[in-house]
Ligand binder design. Structure first.
Ligand code: SF4
Length: 700
């Protein structure tokens, strides 16, 4: 029996699929695909389809605030007043004694835009520190820098509707068949109807995406830039470049051409470990296409040379003039539902709201004036990994962690555990006791989850969705915006007296006026009544902007797109040696999401890939005397993992793969890939080098 229904957006990945929520007679939530949603068109993947189990099962929910006065005492239930008085008391005292940079917020690409906005306003505007960073640092920050370098601003020029207008897809460092399934389903359908459409996949693993491709280049990890440059050289040699576009709408081509001609295609093929003929074929497919879209995810971003990989890939769109026209352009695939919205409100330590830059004095002055504060500190805040380094060294005293689980997701977890144990004060604002991070909290604040609060999110194609509140949060859980505003008022700050998420949204929207991401004419009423919109929405009755740069005017000072020459063409952050001869990479599996605090609750999602296993090539398995199903011990200089082996030729020789999701579940801390991972970060984006760690593997 259905009592009512409402439209909302999936809370998992950045695809942003449309969901219809219904409730049965017992008030239990039911989930259905929205047949009219512009993105998902009546489809949901296994994760989205099973969201109702996550919502209806409240057994893991944190129901009331918990606090401990010292680390030798257990946490006890306290009132909200006691909890937030303690939080504000500790923050005031630390700031007075050690200065504002002694405290930090670590937030999340799952936070709603309103929550993200308030957390940034609170930290940068009022606490007086830029120590706020987000787990988006771990997934999209290399793409942010890449877009800014190429186009002058952190923008995704493309739209999902371009999928059906393209005839060539280059999917690199991504496995959308598993990780962005509804987008991949749209590509599959498009190819089924149009067999001439060509798909190229670049990946050291033969993933499901690679199996569907017309051409798979199974490169050596870390050699992506060399491969893209070789494709660029071949495009030039074959005359498959857009001279008019390059001459009239770009800068830096000469330097780029000098670089791509410094390595022959033959040498590049040898360095990347792919056949020369396949590089030539890839270039021909791209160069002869009418609409070329490149798609990428963490295989590019999570690298010590992540920015270089991003700009080198975007260079292929520029050399072919495949930007700002239907069915073409570079398209980063975000892993979190609101990674874009977070970037829009300045959710990183080096950014300010509405895509303004912390390093720019005029931008700092404008934002300070808007918030009614004297100034924004010019000192860059601590990025995600820097924050935990500072906790470990003791220069950072307190951290407030909201909606994220760094005790599974950050590199070198053993180091993160030490950092958390060394913190003077840890606040964890969370929905689930299953988060590994809760164990380190001095103060736990129960947060409302999906459907229990209202707000907005932006998906990978700049599409803003309104998410309604459809049920009350359990126990004493409260929406994150409300918790942050309550804390801010107890700190004595003006400007946080909001009565609703809508009032927060309206303040943020007014800040966007006149910017490239102007949504000042997109209010809650329009979102509720007319559906989702892609920014900018700069005028009354404006219907949104699916595609950017159709006028070929980019957001750089010269209005031209920029060819960037990468500083490094190969990742040498660590090199295989006798002690650690194999390269470990990692990634998602089809039915799990992030650290499994939600998808791990659904038994049917565990059947596809029930335990973490090490994927290893038969040659490497033979050399290391490992048989399929053996328990293996994987060691890096940072730690150890023990899981069973899956011997498979779907991964190239010299490379091994572990899934990323498992934390310290069932008291087992030997299945966490981040026991092993490399702590090096990209020098520009500060994104960790997750995908490139050297390890040894032996039978245990
Ligand atoms: Fe949700 Fe992403 Fe699956 Fe769509 S593709 S249903 S947004 S997890």
């Amino acid at each position: 029996m259905i009592k009512n229904e409402a439209k909302t957006t999936c809370s998992y990945c950045g695809v942003g699929c449309g969901i219809i929520i219904k409730k049965d007679i017992d008030n239990k939530v039911l989930v259905e695909a929205d047949p009219n949603h512009p993105v998902s068109q009546g489809m949901l993947c296994s994760k989205g389809m099973n969201l109702h189990y996550v919502v209806n099962d409240t057994s893991d929910r944190i129901l009331y605030p918990e606090m401990r006065w010292s680390r030798s005492h257990p946490r006890e239930r306290v009132s909200w007043d006691d909890a937030l008085d303690r939080a504000s008391g500790v923050f005031k005292s630390l700031i007075k004694k050690y200065g504002p940079d002694s405290v930090a917020f670590y937030v999340s690409g799952q936070s709603l835009t309103e929550e993200y906005y308030i957390a940034n306003k609170l930290t940068k505007g009022f606490l007086g520190t830029n120590n706020i960073d987000t787990n988006s640092r771990l997934c999209m920050s290399s793409a942010v820098v890449g877009y800014k370098k190429a186009f002058g601003e952190d923008i995704v020029p493309v739209s999902y509707e371009d999928i059906e207008l393209a005839d060539c897809f280059l999917i690199t460092g991504a496995n959308p068949a598993w990780c962005h399934p509804i987008i991949f389903r749209r590509i599959e359908k498009h190819k089924e109807k149009n067999p001439h459409v060509q798909i190229i996949v670049i990946d050291p693993r033969k993933t499901d995406s690679a199996s569907f491709a017309d051409l798979h280049l199974q490169l050596i990890p870390g050699t992506d830039v060399i491969l893209y440059n070789a494709i660029g050289r071949r495009l030039f040699e074959r005359g498959l470049i857009d001279d008019h576009f390059i001459k009239n709408h770009t800068e830096g081509f000469k330097e780029y051409k000098d670089l791509i001609f410094s390595t022959s295609v033959k040498d590049a093929a040898r360095l990347c470990g792919v056949p020369e003929k396949d590089i030539r074929k890839a270039a021909d497919i791209i160069g002869l296409s009418k609409g070329f879209i490149s798609m990428w995810a963490m295989g590019l971003n999570q690298s010590a040379i992540g920015t270089d990989k991003n700009v080198s890939l975007i260079n292929l769109s520029l050399i072919t003039g495949q930007v700002g026209k239907p069915g073409s352009g570079p398209f980063s695939l975000t892993g979190q539902p609101n990674a874009m919205g977070g970037r829009e409100v300045g959710g990183m330590a080096n950014l300010l709201a509405v895509h303004k830059d912390l390093a720019n004095e005029e931008h700092r002055r404008e934002v300070a004036q808007f918030w009614g504060v004297d100034k924004i500190s010019p000192k860059p805040g601590l990025t995600a990994t820097e924050m935990f380094d500072a906790l470990e060294s003791g220069t950072l005293k307190a951290v407030w962690i909201m909606c994220t689980n760094p005790l599974v997701s950050l590199p070198n977890i053993n180091k993160i555990e030490k950092a958390m144990a060394n913190a003077k004060f840890v606040v964890v604002q969370e929905i689930s006791h299953k988060s590994d991070t809760v164990a380190f909290a001095d103060l736990v604040l129960p947060a409302a989850g999906w459907l229990e609060k209202e707000g907005t999110m932006t998906n990978s194609e700049r599409r803003i969705s309104y998410l309604p509140k459809e049920m009350e949060p359990p126990g004493e859980a409260r929406p994150d915006v409300e918790i942050l505003c309550d804390f801010a008022q107890r700190m004595g700050f003006r400007g946080f007296n909001f009565n609703s998420a809508e009032e927060v949204y309206n303040e943020y929207c007014s800040m966007t006026k006149g910017t490239n991401m102007d949504i000042s004419f997109l209010n809650y009423d329009r979102l509720k009544n007319e559906g989702t919109f892609q920014w900018p929405v700069p005028e009354y009755r404006h219907q949104g902007t699916p595609r950017l740069f159709e006028d070929k005017k980019f957001y750089t000072p010269s209005k031209k797109a920029i060819f960037n020459v990468p500083q490094s063409i190969v990742n040498t952050s660590v090199m295989p040696d006798e002690a650690f001869p194999l390269i470990l990479t990692n990634g998602r599996i089809r039915d799990q999401w992030h650290t499994m605090t939600k998808t791990g609750k659904v038994s049917r999602l565990k059947t596809h890939y029930p335990i973490p296993v090490l994927e290893i090539n038969p040659v490497d398995a033979f050399i290391n005397k490992i048989k399929d199903g053996d328990i293996t011990e994987i060691k890096s200089k940072n730690g150890v993992v023990r899981v069973r082996a899956k011997v498979t030729d779907s991964i190239r020789k010299g490379v091994v793969f572990l899934p990323m999701h498992w934390g310290k579940q069932l008291e087992n801390d030997l299945n966490r890939v981040n026991n092993l991972t490399n702590t090096v970060v990209d020098p520009f984006s500060k994104e960790p080098d997750f995908k490139f760690t050297t390890v040894s593997v032996s039978k245990y």
